[in-house]
Write a protein that binds this ligand. Sequence first.
Ligand SMILES: Nc1ncnc2c1ncn2[C@@H]1O[C@H](COP(=O)(O)OP(=O)(O)OP(=O)(O)O)[C@@H](O)[C@H]1O
Ligand SMILES: [Mg+2]
Length: 321
Amino acid sequence: MNQQLDQVKEVLARARVEIGKVIIGQEEVIDRSLIAIFTGQHALVEGVPGVAKTLLVRTLARVLGCEFSRIQFTPDLMPADIVGTNVFNLRDNEFTLIRGPVFTSFLLADEINRAPAKTQSALLQAMQERQVTIDRETHILSPNFTVFATQNPVEYEGTYPLPEAQKDRFMLKITMSPPNREQELILARRMLGRESPEAVLQSGTITPVITSEALARLRPELEGIAIRDELVAYIVDLVRASRNHEGILVGAGPRATQSLLLASRAFAALAGRDFVTPDDVRTMCVPILEHRLVLRPEFEIEGISVRELIEKLMQEVAVPR
Ligand SMILES: Nc1ncnc2c1ncn2[C@@H]1O[C@H](COP(=O)(O)OP(=O)(O)OP(=O)(O)O)[C@@H](O)[C@H]1O
Ligand SMILES: [Mg+2]
């Protein structure tokens, strides 16, 4: 019996329940968000307006006892608007640090592709290094620092699509679809009364399941989830297969291997298990690989989606017994 590991599983299970009091449906989305947070990684979030992207991250923060902030990326946003800046204070005759929005736990970076590369890089660097340098002084970010970045549909004018190398910094992609009819009915009815998702989040109905300090201590316990060596090899082979496939122009780099390992372990914990199964790996394969692969133009013309290609890769790589 590993008590710490049991505690991780319990916190995850209770977090799912509490988040479910606010967010209707979206179970897969909630799981992927928890995976990014518990593995200390970052997520790209995709979804049309109004599918509760903002509400999701605010709810995650509330339930996990963490701070939340949001940055709206715009073409004139400067790196200092993200990390912060030293401002001369005339009264005290000295510089004081104004901390930027990266000094938080959960950061929603909205429409990240609307800012120029230099500003995007400031965020990506903070994500990678988990620290920022302002006027040559280094500041460590929160141990739970997790970025949820949304992208504006690329057709818009004046967008700066994230280069592949930068997308690779995100552990996984979270796709949020509109609710189905039944869920939308629940939402509509709840809006009529006092139980709108917003009201539930504001009210005392939500119980935080952990504090941010305890979360930071608990996260590394996921290392206790066992993963057989054959499964490690399976993960390596799946990622490598993406580099050799005829339909893929740019395959996934070694960060994808690392991400798939971490995500599979966290997914096993969400399923209440102490060990990873081949199915855990297969479940995480699409959200880990999807945003990292670039199709060859001829394949795109044939209308094959990246997801379909990943499904094909999974058929081609032998599953360990
Ligand atoms: N699955 C859902 N569960 C609960 N509430 C939802 C759901 N989908 C939509 N809503 C409702 O839609 C509202 C809008 O959500 P939110 O502002 O979080 O959307 P968004 O995805 O951030 O939109 P935008 O892209 O415009 O920023 C929420 O406040 C909530 O009332
Ligand atoms: Mg929003």
